[in-house]
Design a protein around this ligand. Structure first.
Ligand code: FMN
Length: 320
């Protein structure tokens, strides 16, 4: 399936693995890239040493392109990691929480394409004006830090605002082939999927996270500042409930994130050897969770999305 995005990235399918901090590590990144989409590291919580070894590991698993996502909100980590990203052979760089203005030229000089996460139209126009090569329009349905505008309303407005200057990638609540086709119908050139890929064998999580997702309904997530001090869509837990009832105890970012670490419930980056207390743990999860009832290999997830997208296109063609 060819779109402007697949042409730009030189990949086969318009499916991007979202850069999920703590979750999108080498196994998952390599699996999605190898399946024909593109895997993106969620590198925000990684040390530079870990990012270097993880990127090297991808290269032992596939020679397909991959990307790295970092948060612009932590300029420290960008300064520390930029050379590693260039040396590690990433093809794309995606910035969460702000446009990475200072580093766009340097990344371009090493043929790395730059994308920006956008929750509003004005984020997208600012990203394009600063020289970003593509934008990810992320609706409120998304797991992780998120805004208030839904994917259905946001994507076509971002598409119109960027006026064809760059490809638009749709994110938030997309978990199957119908979602991919809907995103393309709204004018997007591909999809950036997080939640659905957490429920894969390759996703890097503590024990309990994936199992908890199998039990959750579509309305079991909540946008809360309880874990980081910023609005983040997470599984509703005793911890989010407590701060719903006691909003006066909430601190800003990063103080609230530090409080979460001190409480021993921020397990970002831990693997299956750590068993989570899922009544309290910080688990970023989107509204797509209600549709997830099985943990599968990531390659199978990609194949099923594409099969269903093709069937959906046929079904829609019959409507004419
Ligand atoms: C566990 C988790 C961690 C995330 N971490 C990041 C991050 O570090 N950087 C970022 O730009 N977005 C992050 N996000 C948001 C995703 O990149 C993506 O936009 C979102 O998952 C898409 O919506 P979906 O979850 O409905 O598929 C995270 C999302 C989840 C679920």
């Amino acid at each position: 399936m060819k779109t402007r995005l697949t042409e730009m990235f030189d990949i086969e399918l318009p499916i991007m693995l979202a850069g999920m901090g703590g979750v999108s590590y080498s196994d998952l990144v390599a699996a999605v890239s190898d399946a024909g989409g593109i895997g993106t590291f969620g590198a925000a919580p990684m040390s530079t040493e870990l990012l270097v070894s993880e990127m090297a590991r991808v290269r032992t698993l596939t020679n397909k392109p991959f990307g790295v996502d970092l948060l612009t909100a932590s300029p420290d980590s960008i300064a520390r990691n930029i050379q590693a990203i260039i040396d590690g052979g990433a093809s794309i760089y995606v910035a969460g929480l702000g446009v990475p203005r200072e580093i766009i030229d340097e990344l371009h000089s090493h043929n790395i394409l730059v994308g920006s996460m956008c929750g509003k139209v004005r984020h997208a126009t600012a990203a394009v004006a600063s020289g970003c090569d593509f934008v990810v329009a992320q609706g409120t349905e998304a797991g992780g830090h998120t805004g208030t505008v839904a994917t259905m309303a946001l994507v076509p407005q971002v598409v119109d605002a960027v006026k064809g200057k760059v490809p638009v990638v749709a994110a938030g609540g997309i978990f199957d082939g119908r979602g991919l086709v809907a995103a393309l119908a709204l004018g997007a050139d591909g999809v950036w999927i997080g939640t659905k890929f957490i429920a894969t064998n390759e996703a890097h999580t503590g024990t309990g996270y994936k199992q908890k997702m199998l039990e959750m309904a579509e309305d079991d997530t909540v946008i809360s500042k309880a874990y980081t001090g910023k609005t983040c869509r997470v599984a509703r837990t005793e911890w989010t409930q407590h701060f719903d009832e006691h909003p006066e105890e909430l601190q800003g970012f990063p103080a609230q994130a530090i409080a979460t670490i001190q409480a021993g419930i921020d397990h970002l980056g831990v693997g299956p050897d750590v068993i989570l207390d899922t009544n309290k743990a910080f688990m970023a999860i989107g509204q797509a969770v209600g549709a997830i009832d099985e943990i599968k290999p990531a390659r199978q997830v990609v194949a099923e999305i594409m099969d269903e997208a093709r069937r959906t296109l046929e079904r829609l063609a019959d409507l004419k």
